[in-house]
Write a protein that binds this ligand. Sequence first.
Ligand SMILES: Cc1cc2nc3c(=O)[nH]c(=O)nc-3n(C[C@H](O)[C@H](O)[C@H](O)COP(=O)(O)OP(=O)(O)OC[C@H]3O[C@@H](n4cnc5c(N)ncnc54)[C@H](O)[C@@H]3O)c2cc1C
Ligand code: FES
Length: 281
Amino acid sequence: MNPASPYLPLPVRLTKARFDTPDKSLRTFGVAFEDPAHAASFRYRPGQFAELSVAGFGEAPIGIASSPTEGPELLFTVSRIGVVTSALHALEPGDRFGVRGPLGNGYPLAELVGKDIVVVAGGYAVTTLRSAMVWLLDPAHRAHYGRITFVYGARSPELLLYQDVWRQWMQRADVDCRVTIDNACQGWDCLVGFVPRVLKDLAPSPENAAALVCGPPAMIRFSLPVFEDLGWQPEQIFMSLENRMKCGIGLCGRCNVGNRYVCKDGPVFTKAELDRLPPEY
Ligand SMILES: Cc1cc2nc3c(=O)[nH]c(=O)nc-3n(C[C@H](O)[C@H](O)[C@H](O)COP(=O)(O)OP(=O)(O)OC[C@H]3O[C@@H](n4cnc5c(N)ncnc54)[C@H](O)[C@@H]3O)c2cc1C
Ligand code: FES
C-alpha cells in the first residue's frame, strides 16, 4: 500500500503481456514496480487482489495470479469487460500504470497447515487459485500440508489458463491434478465433463481437509452439493466473491453485504459465513 495514502496507486510497468484466448478477451500481464522499495513493501498472500488503474480511465479490482514465492513481479489475468479492463488490454510492454494494494484477506493458508487441500477452479476465476497452488507446492510449504488436489475446468481447451503450470503439476507425484473440458474435442488428452462430475468421481474426503473454490456461478451451484453429500461442513469450504467495489479498503460502503465488506472482510469467506449473509451476494 502507498504509505502516503491508501488511495494512491504505486507506479508499475508492464513487463510482458499475452492474450490467453483466441478471441483476445483474456490477457495475462507481468507487472514490475518502478521503485524497488515499493516491490519490497508489497507483501501479499494468495487470494488477495489489487486495484489496477489506468490514468484517464479509472481502476478495477483484479485478483493477484502470481504467488509471492515467485519473486517481485506480479501476474494478473484480465477479462476485457468494460472501460478499465479495455484500457488495461490496450497497454503494451513498457507502458506505465498503477497498482493499489494488496487488498482483502486472501486464503487462510497458514491456518490450514496439516490439512488436505482440495482446490476447485472454473474458467478464468482460476487466477487467485493459481497463486494458492504455486504457494502450496513451493518447497518451503509443500511438506506442511497433506494431500493436495487441483480440479480445474473450462468449456474448451483454449479457455484453460496457465497450461504451462498445471501441465507441470500433472507430472508431480505430490499433487493430484485433474483438468477437464465440457465436451470432447480432437487432441485433448485430459478429462471431459463438468467440474462437479469430476469432483463427484474424485470424492475427496472431508477428514482433516479444506476446499478453496472459485468459479462461475453454475460451477459453484453444482459443486457445493457434491461437497455436502460427501459430508463436508460449511466451515471447511472457502469461496472468493467478486462483488462490485470502489475503494477496496472498507470505507465507501459500495461492496457491503449485510454487515460485511467484501473488499476488507473478504473477498474470501467460508460457506458458513456466506450462509449467514443476506442472499444478495
Ligand atoms: C476481488 C475481485 C477480484 C477480481 N478478479 C478479477 C480477475 O482476476 N480478472 C478479471 O478479469 N476480473 C476480475 N474481477 C472483476 C473485475 O473487477 C471487473 O470485471 C472490472 O472491475 C470491470 O471493470 P470495467 O471498468 O472494465 O467495466 P465497467 O465499464 O465498469 O463495466 C462493464 C460491465 O460489466 C459489469 N461489471 C463490472 N464489474 C462487475 C463485477 N465485479 N461483477 C459483475 N459485473 C460487473 C458492469 O455492470 C457493466 O455492465 C474481480 C473483481 C473483484 C471484486
Ligand atoms: S469497496 Fe469501498 S467499502 Fe468495499
